[in-house]
Design a protein around this ligand. Structure first.
Ligand code: NI
Ligand code: MN
Length: 235
C-alpha cells in the first residue's frame, strides 16, 4: 500500500488525497456538513499539507480558515478567493487563475472552467469558480468543483490522461446524474466518483444510478460513503 494514493470522501465535495508525505484537502466543508457529521469527521483532526479551494461558497470554503491557521497548510485558490483568505489573515496562499497551473512540492494543480458562481458567505465577490486538475504520484485527479455539464470537459479528455474524475450529481445547484455520466464520457477517466449529493434535501441523488451509468461506459465507479477511502496505484 505504501506506493498507493489514498482518496477519502469526507461528505459533500470534501476529499483528502494522501500520498507519501503529502495530504491534500479539497473543499473542507466539515463543520455543519450533515454528511461529515454523520461519519463523526471532525475538522480539528484533519492535518493537510495543502488545501485546494474550488470557490467561495460556504459549503466549500467551510473550515478552510481554521484548518489553515492551525496546520499552516498552504491554500491553493482562485485569485479572488486567495485575496479574501489573505485579507482574513492567511499568509500561505497560492493564487491561480482559471486555466493556469502551478507546480507544488507534491505535484501540480491546474484550475479548469466550472460553470457556476462564487461568493463568500459574507457576500464578498469571489471571482469565477473552478475545477482542479491535480497531478500527484504520477496520476491525474480531476475534481470538477460545482459546475454544470459543459462541452469544455471534452477538451480535458482529449488533452489530459485523467485517472480519477469527481463530479457533482446532486442536481439543483450543479449537474445531475445524467449530466455527470456524460461528463465522465467527455473526460474519459478510468475511475469516476460522485459528490455534492445527499447532503441537503434539495440535492438527493442515487449513487447507484451513477455507478450503473459509469459502468455502462466500461469504466469503474467508486462511491465511498462519508469517511470511506479507496486507493489508486501511484506510478
Ligand atoms: Ni457552489
Ligand atoms: Mn456547492
Amino acid at each position: 500500500m505504501s506506493n498507493d494514493i489514498r482518496l477519502t470522501f469526507l461528505g459533500h465535495s470534501a476529499f483528502t488525497i494522501e500520498y507519501g508525505e503529502w495530504s491534500l484537502l479539497i473543499d473542507p466543508f466539515i463543520t455543519g456538513n450533515p454528511s461529515a457529521e454523520s461519519a463523526s469527521i471532525k475538522s480539528d483532526t484533519l492535518n493537510p499539507t495543502h488545501i485546494i479551494l474550488t470557490h467561495g461558497h460556504g459549503d466549500h470554503l467551510g473550515d478552510t480558515m481554521e484548518i489553515a491557521r492551525r496546520t499552516g497548510a498552504e491554500v491553493i485558490a482562485t485569485f479572488e478567493c486567495a485575496n479574501y483568505l489573505k485579507a482574513n489573515g492567511l499568509e500561505s496562499v497560492a493564487d491561480l487563475g482559471i486555466g493556469g497551473g502551478r507546480n507544488f512540492s507534491f505535484g501540480r494543480v491546474k484550475f479548469t472552467i466550472a460553470h457556476h458562481s462564487s461568493s463568500a458567505p459574507d457576500g464578498t465577490y469571489m471571482g469565477n469558480p473552478a475545477g482542479a486538475l491535480i497531478d500527484i504520484g504520477g496520476k491525474t485527479i480531476y475534481h470538477a468543483g460545482d459546475t454544470a455539464l459543459t462541452l469544455d470537459m471534452k477538451l480535458l479528455g482529449e488533452m489530459y490522461d485523467v485517472h480519477v474524475a469527481i463530479f457533482p450529481i446532486g442536481d439543483n445547484y450543479t449537474m445531475d446524474v445524467r449530466d455527470a455520466i456524460k461528463a465522465v464520457e467527455f473526460v474519459d477517466s478510468a475511475v469516476a466518483v460522485p459528490m455534492h449529493y445527499n447532503t441537503f434535501p434539495v440535492i438527493q441523488a442515487d449513487p447507484e444510478e451513477f455507478r450503473a451509468g459509469v459502468e455502462g461506459l466500461g469504466k469503474k465507479a467508486e462511491t465511498p460513503a462519508p469517511g470511506e477511502s479507496f486507493f489508486i496505484s501511484a506510478e
